[in-house]
Ligand binder design. Structure first.
Ligand code: PLP
Length: 419
């Protein structure tokens, strides 16, 4: 798409956008005068779909009217509520239905999956991760390493920049894996960096890990619902994600997990088990001997949190209608327009940290802005919702489901006025 540096261009592109009506399915937050804000933090908390309330009310009604009978007689019976997620989630992450499940929360799922897939031996026990990974991932990995009796300083190989000053050199990552092939037990990496917005080449990374028989886990928090994923075809061993960012599932919503089909019958692996992972046909026979289900379902612990699941289901129905392909196509144009305008209008004040190539990012851009925090504060006062990461980064994500080209144009206008 050839961009133009004008408001009328932005208006025209919005008008022609085949997804323009999808915005109407969401509530856009407003200021105290009732004017819509420029919301760019869908990477942190996705907006509320208007139909979420109906999905939740349905469950409240069924609970009110049916009590425990709702487990089997609700409009969507609670006992099988998790089944509704298989199709939409498998399409979003590029997997078979038997490979995905919605359950727990992200950090919990990382722990559950590491218990099974981080199998250190005395010679092969190291985990490779990124130095600037999300703090919870650091804490989870460190605690797993300690749990197995290793010293995190020795057992964790940190890769790439410590903060935001530069991007990860992916060739260096591949080299590190080769160098450490005899001591690495696991590589655990974000699909898209929460900090820099860099999207990693998981396909090539997976090939490298497979070559040396190293397990690969992906934290999909910023990748799921944002970039194209093919977790099955790439041969990723396991993945986990949260659903309140690009999936608009509601704050603290139930998370998700992927276990590759090649592990579907690995009943020999240690796992922390619960009754929801037990043979579904016999779950209510209340047997005391655990008979795990095949596939990722066997990692489930507890029965379904129906209210947050209902919220997620409402949003996933929008994803199903729109489809990842057209979503990503719009995303490339929308974030492409943002980079174009920043380069045209803010060249001297803004450095774009995120890679410019479409295949190396999702919708988020991380910006280093001259004037730092005071510029950020002025933006907030002007009705922009974006976020600030110390020491000097503004993150913003034009989300293709509900952001417009006009939003992006107005943001850059405001930025060039205050920076
Ligand atoms: C958002 C995010 C988390 C948050 O973890 P929760 O368990 O959902 O609170 C963890 N890791 C990454 C990479 C994230 O982006």
């Amino acid at each position: 798409m050839n961009f133009e540096n004008t408001l009328s261009f932005a208006n025209i592109v919005d008008h022609k956008d085949p997804l323009r009506h999808v915005r109407d399915e969401f509530y856009i937050p407003k200021n105290e005068h009732g004017d819509e804000l420029l919301y760019f933090t869908g990477n942190s908390l996705g907006l509320q779909p208007k139909k979420t309330k109906d999905y939740i009310l349905q469950e409240l009604e069924d609970w009110k009217n049916l009590g425990s009978k709702g487990h089997v007689s609700a409009k969507r019976p609670w006992m099988k509520y998790h089944h509704h997620f298989k199709k939409p989630l498998s399409q979003i992450v590029g997997a078979h239905e038997s490979e995905v499940v919605s359950m727990n929360s992200l950090t919990t799922n990382l722990h559950l999956l590491m218990i099974s897939f981080y199998r250190p031996t005395s010679s092969r026990y190291k985990i490779l991760m990124l130095n600037n990974a999300f703090p919870s991932d650091h804490y989870a990995i460190e605690s797993q390493v300690k749990y197995h009796g290793f010293d995190p300083k020795d057992a964790i190989i940190g890769m790439g920049p410590m903060s935001t000053e530069s991007l990860l050199d992916e060739n260096e990552l591949l080299q590190q894996i080769e160098l450490n092939k005899d001591c690495l037990a696991l590589v655990l990496i974000e699909g898209v960096s929460y900090l820099t917005g860099q999207a990693f080449d998981i396909k090539t990374l997976a090939q490298q890990c497979q070559k040396y028989d190293i397990t690969l886990g992906v934290d999909g928090a910023h990748a799921v619902g944002n970039i194209e994923l093919a977790l099955h075809d790439w041969g990723v061993d396991f993945a986990a994600w949260c659903s309140y960012k690009y999936l608009n599932g509601s704050p603290g919503c139930v998370g998700g997990a992927f276990v590759h089909q090649k592990h579907s019958k690995r009943f020999d692996l240690p796992r922390l088990s619960g009754w929801w992972g037990h043979n579904e046909a016999r779950r209510f026979l209340m047997e005391s001997t655990f008979d795990p289900m095949e596939g990722v379902d066997g990692w489930q612990l507890s029965n379904v949190p129906v209210l947050t699941s209902a919220a997620l289901l409402s949003s996933l129905s929008i994803f199903e209608t729109v489809g990842m392909k057209s979503l990503i196509e719009k995303s490339h144009h929308l974030t492409g327009f943002l980079t174009f305008l920043l380069q045209e209008n803010c060249k001297d004040t803004v450095k774009i940290i995120t890679p410019l190539e479409e295949s190396k990012r999702g919708c988020q851009l991380s910006l280093e802005v001259k004037g730092g925090k005071s510029v950020f504060e002025k933006l907030i006062q002007s009705g922009v919702v974006c976020d600030w990461r110390e020491p000097s980064v503004i993150r913003l994500a034009p989300v293709p489901l509900y952001n417009t080209f006009t939003d992006v144009y107005q943001f850059v206008q405001m930025l060039s006025e205050v920076a």
